[in-house]
Design a protein around this ligand. Structure first.
Ligand code: PMP
Ligand code: G9A
Length: 400
């Protein structure tokens, strides 16, 4: 049977993710992976979770194993309201919903806002999972270059003006302001405020995706854009994937009440509710102070790994290559000489048993051919050094 005839228009627009595909390759024996944004296995608080789960099953097992409200468990949502307050975000329970990872939140936003050909402004580069979520709803993605201070908001405004003049329906600005995936840069405070003004002036929504904000190694914290949002132009999302565990698939959204309601409605037909068990685990993890104690340990580990990667790049990479010096997060962004194509180079890297994500995957304009993203959190300390050494050999062969 020809199934193609039956697929919906949306299904035809779905694209496979290079990061997801890479997961399989990088699990081959001996491969050192700087590919997917995987936390380090040693960062998972296995014993604490065991203790919490035992306690939950003893004391509230039947509740934690039952269906729950679509937005999330009441106690957990209340706790999240105080959790986000630490970052200056004012939210009531009516503004918050939980999701199955922030990837689900990206999909819900696409589902409730995007019609075919609606425009989403994104960074050049930007998170591949965001690109694919929006493309599946038929959106047009328009890229705005980044520099060391994040998205160029001057160019953002110029492009929005241009698009609006052409009659395009610009709806969203998608941004990862803190330790951006993939570039590792931070959007400056000034630019955060300006981006919000632009959203207000042009009647747009900002989709602020913040998985890495709590993984700061150095420098002063910059408040999320949502902290300045007095007029309901920001949908904020964050996840437990990088600070607790991605396997528990738990994230949360803070949105204007009306939008939160619409998102909950969309979620009703997607999965009824987020796992009540993992919400209960995360609740106790925060409430009992485990999160506060554990986070500094992860930060220390990841900072050390970033430093090892930076030192190894200095030591082994040939002249003519550049990389970012991220103050937090999980990724380092590398630019090779213009004439080197990291897509073409990839099979040889795999042959040498080292993996990265090709930069091109993060560009909506076909650019970034000479770039790559390196994750520094997943590999062991010695593996980072060895992996960069292997990668440097592959690069050196191509440097003229
Ligand atoms: N947004 C960004 C920017 C990410 O980097 C990731 C994961 N790498 C996600 C969303 C999705 O994360 P999760 O679904 O695990 O919360
Ligand atoms: O495994 C995934 O797809 C999550 C990681 C995202 C990333 O590498 O950016």
């Amino acid at each position: 049977m020809d199934y193609e005839k039956l697929y919906s228009n949306n299904a035809k627009k779905m694209r496979s993710s290079e990061i997801r595909r890479l997961l399989e390759i990088s699990q081959q024996p001996g491969v050192i992976s700087f590919g997917g944004g995987l936390p380090n296995p040693n960062a998972f608080p296995v014993e604490e979770i065991r203790e919490i789960v035992n306690k939950i099953l003893d004391e509230e097992g039947t509740k934690a194993l039952q269906y729950g409200p679509t937005a999330g468990l009441k106690d957990f949502i209340e706790l999240l309201a105080t959790f986000v307050k630490q970052d200056g975000i004012k939210a009531g329970v009516e503004n918050i919903l939980t999701t199955v990872g922030s990837q689900q939140a990206l999909d819900i936003v696409g589902r409730i806002f995007l019609n075919e050909n609606d425009v989403v402004m994104v960074g050049l580069p930007t998170y591949l999972g965001g690109i694919n979520a929006f493309l599946a709803y038929g959106a047009k993605l328009v890229g705005v270059p980044l520099d060391e201070n994040g998205m160029r908001v001057d160019l953002l405004e110029e492009k929005i003006k241009e698009l609006k003049n052409k009659g395009e329906n610009v709806k969203l600005i998608y941004t990862i302001p803190t330790f951006q995936n993939p570039a590792g840069v931070e959007l400056s405070l000034e630019r955060r405020k300006r981006m919000l003004e632009i959203a207000e002036e042009y009647d747009l929504l900002i989709l602020e995706d913040d998985p890495y904000g709590k993984l700061r190694f150095e420098g002063e914290a910059i408040p999320p854009i949502k902290a300045f949002d007095e007029n309901g132009h920001v949908i904020y999302m964050a996840t437990f994937s990088k600070i607790l565990s991605p396997g528990i698939r738990l994230a949360y959204v803070v949105a204007p009440e009306e939008i939160a309601k619409k998102m909950i409605l969309a979620k009703q037909s997607m999965d009824l509710c987020t796992s009540t068990l993992t919400q209960t685990i995360a609740y106790h993890y925060i409430k009992n102070g485990y999160m506060k104690n554990h986070l500094p340990k992860i930060i220390e580990m990841y900072k050390r790994k970033r430093d090892i990667m930076l030192q190894s790049l200095e030591e082994y990479f040939p002249p003519g290559c550049k990389w970012t010096h991220p103050r937090g997060g999980m990724f380092l962004w590398v630019e090779l000489p213009e004439y080197i194509n990291t897509v073409e180079m990839f099979p040889e890297a795999i042959e040498k048993k080292v993996a990265y994500v090709t930069g091109k995957s993060f560009f909506v304009d076909g650019g970034g051919l000479n770039t790559m993203r390196l994750n520094f959190t997943n590999a062991g300390d010695d593996e980072i050094k060895e992996g960069i050494k292997r990668l440097a050999e592959v690069v050196k062969k191509r440097v003229k």
